[in-house]
Write a protein that binds this ligand. Structure first.
Ligand code: ADP
Length: 433
């Protein structure tokens, strides 16, 4: 504390000595020394009492009014004012920090709830309303298990073992999955802080990944079982020529199926890994589509589909030629595979104000509306055995979707059962050359 007392002491001393001198002289002159000195002392005391009485006023907002304090009081008032200023700025800092903390907690997407020692709600942030249906202060004093009545949560709380987070469905919506962490407060260990995080997206992604691994394993196991069964048969008895060639043909067919599946899986995982880089090469569309249609004619073979190539615009695309070739040929090959012999398949390329459009229209079996939203899911097939018979892996449209996403394009599927289907890739104008 910087206290400039010596100056004020001097001033105070001067005042005291001045009063003593004047009253002493007056006393000597009048021959009443003691009463005069007593009077001087009373005056000095009165003056201090007056300063003391004025102190609250001097420290208040209108402290500048009236006579300024003198002597020791000047220093005292200045020091108290300094303390007041530093206290004010400290309170201001604290209020600012508290506001920032409150803002952060209020905008936190995770629910934060404080529980008192009896498990009752003491405080919660706004996100607790969206995730746990706990609105503070309305829910103050209620039991947590009343507001979030999942029995598993009650058991978890009662167990007192919070080493691992708990996964529950939200009381607000069963579709929401929450991960709940509980931890005792650092300075009040009998109070608990509960944090609930929305992990719905991650949960369903994990489930989809698990399902996908199970489905792929199943897809690979079927041809492997056929191959090993046939190999065992061939090994046990010396086969005649007809059996040998039929068996080897089946083995080759199953091996091809496995290799197609593995190759599609690799394409898909490559596309997923590359998700961030945007392909930007010049893709000559007429040339690309002519090659794809020629290959589709070869695939059709004896089925003799009538393939029409309708290029209505000379424009090309900016993108990755290899990926676009994979996506477009998947759509054309699907049309061949899901369309009866000699039926018509039209491959079209056109550009308008909305962008560029690549479409494949077939006159085949068509697809029921309930399947359409799910067709681009990995391994989703309307008729699995038919898809396998025609050489499908169930990954073709998932690959198409990925390629289009990387090109900021969208897939549109229009189909009627028995009336054929049109698969259209819509590219934004920015990608048209
Ligand atoms: P697949 O390898 O089985 O063809 P896709 O992902 O390419 O896998 O297609 C998914 C499913 O969509 C197919 O199994 C099929 O049921 C349906 N499908 C795709 N294209 C067509 C089409 N042109 N006509 C009818 N159904 C189709």
């Amino acid at each position: 504390m910087m206290f400039s007392m010596p100056n004020h002491w001097q001033e105070e001393l001067r005042l005291f000595l001045g009063i003593a001198l004047i009253t002493g002289m007056a006393g000597t002159l009048t021959g009443q020394l003691l009463p005069c000195l007593l009077l001087g002392l009373l005056f000095y005391l009165g003056w201090h009492l007056y300063q003391l009485a004025r102190l609250p006023h001097l420290l208040g907002q209108n402290g500048e009014d009236g006579p300024r304090p003198a002597g020791l009081w000047k220093g005292i008032v200045r020091e108290i004012q300094n303390l007041q200023d530093s206290h004010r700025s400290h309170s201001h800092d604290l209020a600012w920090q508290l506001d920032r903390f409150r803002d952060a907690v209020n905008t936190l997407p995770d629910a934060v709830v404080i529980l008192d020692p009896s498990g009752r709600l003491d405080w919660s942030n706004p996100a607790a309303g969206n995730l746990l249906d706990i609105v503070w202060p309305d829910s103050q004093g209620r039991l947590l298990t009343d507001r979030a009545p999942d029995p598993v949560l009650g058991e978890y709380l009662a167990s007192g073992d919070f080493a691992l987070p708990l996964i529950i469905t939200s009381p607000v919506s069963r579709a929401k999955i929450l991960s709940v962490f509980i931890t005792p407060l650092k300075h009040e260990a009998d109070r608990l802080m509960l944090v609930a995080r929305d992990i719905t997206r991650q949960y369903y992604l994990d489930t989809a990944r698990r399902d996908f691994v199970a489905n792929v394993s199943h897809e690979l196991r079927t041809p492997l079982t056929v191959i090993s069964g046939l190999a065992e048969q061939l090994n046990m008895a010396a086969p005649d020529q007809a059996t040998l060639s039929r068996s080897t043909e089946l083995i080759l067919q199953q091996a091809r199926r496995m290799s197609e599946l593995v190759s599609d899986l690799l394409t898909l995982s490559r596309l997923e890994v590359q998700q961030k880089s945007i392909p930007d090469e010049h893709v000559p569309i007429a040339e690309l589509l002519t090659t794809i249609v020629e290959e589709a004619r070869a695939l059709s073979g004896a089925a003799q589909h009538v393939l029409q190539l309708d290029i209505r615009s000379p424009n090309d695309l900016r993108g990755n030629p290899k990926e676009l070739r994979t996506a477009f040929s998947n759509l054309v090959n699907n049309a061949i595979r899901h369309t009866p012999k000699q039926a018509e398949v039209t491959v079209r390329w056109e550009v308008d104000a909305a962008g560029a459009h690549f479409s494949v229209t077939d006159t085949g079996e068509g697809i029921a509306p309930r399947h359409i939203p799910r067709l681009t899911e990995r391994l989703y097939r309307v008729d699995a055995s038919h898809s396998r018979d025609t050489g499908g892996t169930g990954l073709g449209l998932a690959i198409v979707k990925h390629v289009l996403e990387r090109h900021e394009a969208e897939l549109e599927i229009i189909s009627t059962v028995g009336g054929g289907s049109t698969f259209t890739c819509h590219f934004p104008s920015a990608r048209v050359i």
